[in-house]
Every structure is written in structure tokens, then in C-alpha cells.
Write a new protein. Structure first.
Length: 737
């Protein structure tokens, strides 16, 4: 290693050591701030650089220069960061203790190094029987250690290859598990396949790797991958399709490739079936194939259900039925609810929409009671676990998530229920339909038997789904399916300032705080400075709300923010809230730039069908096992285990984006709002956030920002073809439900 000294930035010094702590790491840019234990240095050295992935316990070699930062002091500015296998006893012990080799934790790392020194890897690989001579290592642990090291050995060559091209350890392991022994050959042949096949690797990372491998920037391989990337980005923004000219212009801007090459690339993507071109309302649109067939599948399923237009429960005397259900449940239905029930029992498919407090639950319960009296088999489902739980509580019947209703089968990596093995029901009731994207709706409707009825329930004024499409909005806009919009706020609900303000916001009016002497459930805390908003928010969550209302600050209070980034974004607020609410966990682990501790509240970021945990689920970390490199989270009553390499599926959840809160409900919601959020401020966003609260809303922030959100209805409509296809009134061949 070069001598440790401050010098001019000639970027020729080298530094190596063991990572003690990852102080910061950005998934988007790779920017990292590390504390590295360097031989000869008394205190850990701050190393600043870029790495695709990095973790405590790894050895790093850095090339760069020393500098003195005015704010943070002496640092090593790394031009290149590369993880390497440890060679010293100290490094080997830290590496083994980090959990990289299953079966070895902190205790056995010390035991192994104390007995075998620097030869420990040689012993594990070539003389594994010597391990059993050590106290505490029986046949099972020995087998775990040997198999764990064998996996690391296989992966080491891939890691060295990928490290040298800017890809980090955790992703290297994931690449190996996907491609096996052919990983290097497959990545070298076409690195862009990583963006398609490997979760956590996007086009930009694959593109950087491709450049390092010498693939020309104007290659057809890059052009085709770039076109698909552009369509994927538009899909990530919620669109099912993209106008051809817009996609090509965006691809040209990102890739800096001549338009002629991009047009040829698009033609090849279409010829290979990756992209579909379709005409909708006179526009030539590009679809990723999966979204195209999902959209067609939704239309085909609706046409198929409509074909048998007689409901399976037969004729019902509606006046007698309503009188019976009112007497049974000791209630008086409003005229709009009576009309809705009359329509629902006659129609095969119906949509029920409306805001909070307008009687959707009463209407659904009455409809279910009437149809159960006719011995109809009814399935209740919702997009998320929390929404399904709330549906079960309000209906006093079993309700499941869509995924559990369809029963995911890991053996085929698809749902067990589909058009050839349909659900056994006469009516399916889908709640919180606004958050169901086109792909999941296609799967659900495709699994309904032709005889079944369908009742779609949701608030069309909430944000649309996180995934592509605006299914509820499109179905209503098509006017093809009978739709009931409930607007009357019932007397009991009208006492709630949360419900009043939700409707005020939806009507373009400013919310008002609870008055003295009235129901104290809606507060507005005015503050213009983002830093002050953050400080006051932490005090509210940690002190004032628990003291005043008795709510648990972790399990019952949820911070909902318009965006993930910036000082009032979810990421920054999570760090502040974690420091205040869970400062000294009994165990912790750092991965992907985030520290997770026992007792932390976490959010699932992706659908993991094999674990049966889904995007938006919130849980609590209950165990961390460094020996097995595993972390356990309890979601409701389900305990789910994660390998440390899978922790990019999670984020801290003391604060979440409003989009991620869809379908959930919390006792108390705190909403920071600032002009810092300007790009995201719109009416549906604020309305959705407020309607997530059952008992308390605290808006904290700049009144100007609140006014911008209330007045702004500029949200661009999503580009989809579903409404137009439904208007056409014709089933379309080719859908794959």
C-alpha cells in the first residue's frame, strides 16, 4: 500500500483494508462513503468513491488520492473501488464473521482463524474433516461451512471478473445463481441481458459493463436493449404504451445513437416479439409484449364474462331482498345504495366507486348477504395484505390477497388458477381496485369461470396503481360496465374531519384543521423550512402523538411523503426516525447502504411470489443471524426469512412514499409537504395520503405547498389502450389471460 499522506490529486495512491462500516451508499449513483480499517492507521479511514454494491466485512482495494474536506476532514477519494478476497488472519476473520460463508458467524470465525490461521480456506476446501476436530462443529455445521465455501469459491471467479468491470459482490452472487457456471460467458456475450434477467440491475449498470467489455456504443445489441429500456421506463411511470416517435426520440437522447440505427433496432425488437406496435385512436403505439397481451387479456375476460349475461344466482325480488337485508342488519339503506343493489343483482359485472364515508362497505355487505341467501359462492379479495385484512374485518368473512386467491405455484412460477383451472365461485368481489395494475388484473379476470359475476370496488379518485395501467379509471371511462358512483356522506362519517377534508381536497378546496371542542382528528402544523419540518416531524412521531393519543410510534403512526428523495423524502426521513425510534437494536446488519436492526419497521419493495410477500407489505425485523446470513421479518403473522443478499428487496418503513401506501390504512398519518416536493404535488396524491388515516391526520409543512397540491390536477393521463378496446365492444384474439 502507498504511504498514507495528504498530497495533490494525482490519483496514483493505493489503499487497501477491511470495510468497518458503510456510512452511505446510493443505489442510483453507486456513490459510497466507507469507513475502512487500514493497516498502520489507528482509526478507520474515510474512503469516498463509487461501487455498484459494497458491504461491511469485505476487503477493498482503492486507487485515488488523499484530500482534506472542509466539512468532513481527511478522506481518501477513490477513483476505483474493487472488492478482493482477504489474505491476513484479521481480514479472513472479519470476512468469515460477516456471514459471507454460511455456517460461520463471529464465534466460529474466531475459532477457525485461531486454529488454522491464514490456511483456513485451504483447510475448508481440501481437508474439511479437520473442521470436526473443533468443538461445536458437528457434521451438519461442517457440511454447511464446506458447501458455503464451495459456493463462494465458484462465485469468486465471477466476482473478480465483475468487480474488474464495476459490479459488486451481492449482484455477482445473484448473477451466478441465475446463470450458474456459464455466467461469465453469458455476460460477456450480451451484458444487456442482465437488465432483463437480474433483479436490481438496470440498463445503465448493464450499459456501463458493456462499455468496459468493449461493446461499441452504436452496436445493434445496445440499440435494441436501449429501445426496450425506454419502454420499460415509460412502463415504470405507469404507462402501458408509448408513442413510437416519443420512444425513438427518448432513445436517441439517452443512447446518442443515430435515429436510423434505432429504427432498425425497433424493427428487430418487433420481429423478435419483444415489442408490439398497435394503433389506438389514430396513434401508433409501442407496447412491451407482456403489457400488450395483459391489456388484451383484460378485454377478452370481460367479453367472456359478459357472454353469459345471466347472473348465476338467478332472479331476485329486489324489494323483498332489500327489506330482508335491512331487517337482518338493523339498517336503513339510502336511495343510492338501494339503486346500486338493484343494479348489482341484475348485472353480471358492476363497478362501485366513491370516496370515504359514502357507504361502500354497507353496500357490499348488503349485497353479499343477499347473494349468500341465494347460496352463491363468493370470493373476496384485495391487492394487499392490509387491504384484505381490512376487508375481512368489515365484512366478517374470509378475504385474501389476489396473489393468495390465485395461489402462486413456485414450481411453474405462475398462479395455479387460470383459464384452464378457474376459481370456484359465483361472484368475485375485488376491493381497492384502483391499485390493481393491468398485469395482475389480467391474471385475476382470466381465472374467473365464465358463469361468475364480478363486483369491482374502489375509489377512482385515488392514485392509480404503482404498476402499469389505470384499470379502474379505464373501465369506468369506457362506460361499458354498469358503474355506481356513491357521493352522499353519511351522518356518522360526516363528523370526521378526516373524511370532510378528503372530500374538500377532492373538490379542490383547502383542508381545514379540527376546531376546538370538535372531533380532534385533523391538524395542520405550519412550517416553511424543510429542515425545521423534518425536526418537528420527528418530535411529532416520537413524542407528541404518542403522549397525546397513546399511539405506538412504530406500529400505529405512519409518515407518508410525496417522494423518496430530497431532505423530506422517505429515505432521509427514515434515517432520522430510525435514529430516534430504534437507536440501539440488539443486532444489526448493513447492506446496500442501509442499516437494518432488530425492531426496525421495513417495507417490501417487490413482489416475491416464492416468499409470498408483496410490494407494499410492511413488517417488523425480529431476528438477524450473521452465521446463516439471514434476517427475519414478521408481516402480520407470517415470518419471512431473507438472505443478506436479498435485502435490496426491503427498505426502512418509518416513512414511505404515498404511492407505496395505497391499499393500506393506519391509525395515524403524518404528511410532510413542502415546495421541495413541487414536481409531485397534485390533488390525487394528497387525497390518497389523507384517506389512509383512520383516526388522525397531521399535515406538517408549507401552506403554499398544500395549496399547490389541492389546486393541481395536472397529472398526465396514463397511456393505455384499455378504455378504447372496451369501447369497441368486441373481443380481440391474442390475449393471454
Amino acid at each position: 500500500m502507498a504511504s498514507v499522506k495528504e498530497n495533490s490529486p494525482r490519483e496514483s495512491d493505493r489503499l487497501s483494508g477491511v470495510i468497518e462500516r458503510v456510512s452511505f451508499h446510493s443505489e442510483e449513483t453507486g456513490f459510497a462513503v466507507l469507513k475502512v480499517k487500514v493497516p498502520g492507521e489507528r482509526d478507520p479511514v474515510t474512503v469516498v468513491g463509487t461501487a455498484a454494491a459494497i458491504g461491511a466485512g469485505e476487503m477493498v482495494e482503492a486507487v485515488g488520492y488523499w484530500r482534506v474536506d472542509v466539512t468532513h476532514g481527511r478522506q481518501f477519494q477513490a477513483r476505483q473501488l474493487v472488492s478482493v478476497a482477504p489474505t491476513t488472519p484479521e481480514g479472513i476473520e472479519r470476512y468469515l464473521a460477516s456471514g459471507m460463508v454460511k455456517g460461520v458467524g463471529e464465534h466460529f470465525a474466531k475459532v477457525l482463524v485461531a486454529n488454522f490461521g491464514s490456511d483456513v480456506f485451504e483447510v475448508i476446501e481440501n481437508e474439511p474433516e479437520r473442521l470436526s476436530s473443533l468443538r461445536g462443529i458437528g457434521p451438519k455445521r461442517q457440511e454447511r461451512i464446506v458447501s458455503g465455501w464451495a459456493e463462494q469459491k465458484k462465485v469468486r471467479e465471477i466476482m473478480v471478473f465483475l468487480h474488474s468491470h464495476g459490479v459488486g459482490t451481492s449482484r455477482a452472487v445473484r448473477i451466478y445463481r441465475t446463470y450458474g457456471d456459464y455466467a461469465i460467458a453469458m455476460v460477456s456475450e450480451n451484458p444487456y441481458r442482465l437488465a432483463r434477467d437480474i433483479r436490481g440491475i438496470g440498463f445503465r449498470t448493464a450499459d456501463e459493463l458493456a462499455q468496459r467489455l468493449g461493446i461499441p456504443r452504436d452496436s445493434m445489441m445496445r440499440a435494441q436493449a436501449g429501445v426496450s429500456y425506454v419502454l420499460t421506463q415509460f412502463a415504470a411511470a405507469g404507462n402501458c404504451a408509448t408513442p413510437v416517435e416519443v420512444a425513438l426520440l427518448e432513445a436517441e437522447k439517452i443512447l446518442e445513437i443515430p435515429p436510423e440505427t434505432l429504427k432498425v433496432a425497433l424493427e428487430r425488437e418487433v420481429a423478435e416479439g419483444q415489442v408490439i406496435v398497435d394503433e389506438i385512436e389514430g396513434r401508433s403505439l409501442l407496447y412491451l409484449a407482456a403489457l400488450y397481451f395483459a391489456e388484451l387479456g383484460v378485454v377478452n375476460s370481460i367479453v367472456r364474462l359478459e357472454a353469459l349475461n345471466r347472473p348465476p344466482w338467478g332472479e331476485i325480488d329486489i324489494d323483498r331482498a332489500i327489506a330482508w337485508v335491512e331487517a337482518k342488519n338493523s339498517l336503513v339503506l339510502s336511495s343510492s345504495q338501494r339503486e346500486a343493489i338493484a343494479l348489482a343483482v341484475r348485472a353480471k359485472i358492476i363497478v362501485i366507486t366513491g370516496g370515504p364515508g359514502v357507504g361502500k362497505t354497507t353496500l357490499i355487505n348488503s349485497l353479499i348477504s343477499i347473494l349468500e341467501r341465494k347460496r352463491a359462492k363468493i370470493i373476496l379479495c384485495a391487492p394487499t395484505g392490509r387491504a384484505a385484512k381490512r376487508m375481512a374485518e368489515s365484512t366478517h368473512r374470509s378475504a385474501k390477497t389476489i396473489h393468495r386467491t390465485l395461489e402462486f405455484d413456485p414450481a411453474i412460477f405462475d398462479f395455479k388458477h387460470h383459464k384452464d383451472n378457474p376459481l370456484d365461485c359465483d361472484l368475485l368481489v375485488l376491493d381497492e381496485a384502483s391499485m390493481v395494475d393491468v398485469v395482475l388484473m389480467n391474471k385475476l379476470l382470466g381465472a374467473l369461470p365464465a358463469r361468475a359475476g364480478l363486483c369491482i370496488v374502489g375509489d377512482v379518485d385515488q392514485l392509480p396503481s404503482v404498476g402499469p395501467g389505470d384499470v379502474l379509471g379505464d373501465i369506468i371511462a369506457s362506460a361499458r360496465i354498469p358503474t355506481v358512483r356513491l357521493t352522499e356522506i353519511f351522518r356518522q362519517a360526516a363528523a370526521s374531519m378526516i373524511i370532510q377534508n378528503a372530500h374538500r381536497i377532492n373538490s379542490g378546496e383547502m383542508p381545514i384543521a379540527s376546531a376546538e371542542g370538535g372531533q380532534r382528528d385533523f391538524f395542520i402544523v405550519k412550517s416553511e423550512d424543510p429542515a425545521e419540518i423534518a425536526r418537528r416531524l420527528v418530535r411529532l412521531v416520537a413524542e407528541r402523538i404518542p403522549a397525546t393519543f397513546g399511539f405506538d410510534p412504530i406500529s400505529e403512526v405512519q409518515v407518508l411523503t410525496p417522494m423518496n428523495r430530497a431532505g423530506l423524502g422517505a429515505r432521509a426521513l427514515n434515517v432520522l426516525l430510525q435514529e430516534r425510534l430504534n437507536p440501539h437494536p440488539s443486532a444489526r446488519v448493513e447492506r446496500f447502504g442501509v442499516t437494518y436492526g432488530i425492531g426496525d419497521k421495513v417495507l417490501q419493495l417487490t413482489n416475491n411470489y416464492q416468499k409470498e410477500v408483496f410490494n407494499g407489505d410492511i413488517g417488523l425485523i425480529v431476528a438477524i443471524d450473521t452465521e446463516q446470513s439471514q434476517l427475519a421479518v414478521v408481516f402480520d403473522t407470517n415470518r419471512i426469512s431473507y438472505d443478506f443478499s436479498e435485502l435490496d428487496e426491503l427498505s426502512l418503513a418509518y416513512a414511505t412514499s404515498i404511492h407505496k401506501s395505497q391499499g393500506s390504512e393506519y391509525r395515524a398519518v403524518v404528511i410532510p409537504i413542502s415546495t421541495q416536493h413541487y414536481a409531485m404535488l397534485e390533488r390525487k396524491l394528497l387525497y390518497t395520503a389523507v384517506t389512509r388515516a383512520k383516526e388522525l391526520v397531521v399535515l406538517i409543512g408549507d401552506p403554499r405547498a398544500i395549496a399547490i397540491a389541492v389546486k393541481n390536477r395536472r397529472a398526465l393521463p396514463r397511456i393505455t389502450g384499455l378504455a378504447q378496446r372496451l369501447v369497441n365492444q368486441v373481443g380481440i384474439s391474442g390475449g393471454d389471460p
